[in-house]
Unconditional design. Structure first.
Length: 309
């Protein structure tokens, strides 16, 4: 008796005469059939069931490869055998993993085997991606090899990339009568999907509503893009003013893998377009009676006085 996985085995026995008693000489002969075939019927279960040891796998995009574990319920027979894994795209494609199929060999006596699938790294910001592996038998596989119920594995690829968004440039200068200023936002990498960031303006010496039109703005980055912009209206007036400024603050919330970088604040200076204010007497000559008390001289300016007079 043994525990090897085998086919039924046979051997033969041939009947021959040995030494005979003298009284039986010539009286004992070998009849027919003189050869007997003996079959050893294998009573061990013949079927070997092969399947995935687990059906869910997860690997980081920069992990290099993922190892799929196969398990058999009995040792491989003499000469071993092979199985195949065919891969199919989910949200991941062949740009994310390297193999369309793999052949996995079980050496004699083995009950486990490993299939290593190469994972491709990239610089795109992506959601979780998946693909599947289907276990199959090559043509000509022995009948006693069967595929078990855990015949399909799902592989999740987690992204390792991050996108950082900054103002570029972060300092701007605009004339009061330019009409608007365009703030430029730049991401250091593209994303496989679109996302939004927020820019909120705040007053410095310039005031929202009188010097510029501010607020909180949602800026969209379409899939694959690395630049976006925000146009802020600049308001002209007739006041003589010094250089004024306002700011913009960039924030990101609820977007996996996207963050605001170190240049997340923009500074915008507004230069005045009014000329000098000329102050002069309203007229060049005045005449008052001696008994008037106070004489009034009127001054006029070429433009309204700025804040603070």
């Amino acid at each position: 008796d043994d525990t090897d996985i085998e086919e039924d085995e046979m051997f033969e026995g041939m009947l021959v005469l040995g030494d005979l008693h003298p009284d039986l000489e010539g009286r004992v002969v070998v009849g027919s059939p003189e050869i007997a075939t003996i079959t050893i019927v294998v009573y061990e279960p013949k079927d070997i069931t092969v399947q995935f040891e687990q059906t869910e796998y997860s690997v980081a995009e920069n992990g290099g490869f993922v190892s799929l574990q196969l398990i058999a319920d009995k040792p491989a027979p003499e000469g071993g055998y092979s199985v195949m894994i065919f891969f199919a795209d989910g949200s991941a494609g062949l740009q994310d993993y390297d193999n369309m199929s793999l052949t996995v060999f079980f050496d004699e006596g083995q009950t486990t085997a490993t299939a290593d699938v190469k994972i491709e790294d990239d610089t795109l910001l992506e959601h979780l991606e998946t693909f599947t592996g289907q276990l199959s038998l090559p043509e000509g596989t022995a009948d006693f090899i069967t595929i078990g119920p855990s015949d399909k594995a799902t592989i999740d690829i987690t992204d390792n990339d991050a996108v950082e968004v900054n103002f570029d440039p972060s300092i701007y200068s605009v004339c009061e009568n330019d009409g608007s200023v365009e703030l430029i936002l730049v991401a250091n990498a593209s994303a496989f999907y679109g996302y939004s960031v927020t820019v909120e303006t705040f007053d410095g010496t310039a005031s929202d509503g009188s010097d510029y039109t501010g607020g909180s703005f949602e800026i969209d980055f379409p899939a694959g893009s690395t630049t976006a912009s925000l146009t802020v209206p600049i308001l002209d007036d007739i006041l003589l003013e010094g250089i004024e400024w306002f700011g913009g603050l960039l924030t990101v919330s609820d977007v996996d893998g996207v963050m605001a970088g170190p240049d997340n604040m923009a500074n915008v200076t507004i230069t005045d377009n009014e000329g000098d204010i000329i102050v002069e007497f309203e007229k060049s000559a005045y005449s008052f009676n001696e008994d008037v008390g106070d004489g009034i001289l009127t001054l006029v300016a070429s433009a309204p006085a700025p804040a603070g007079g």
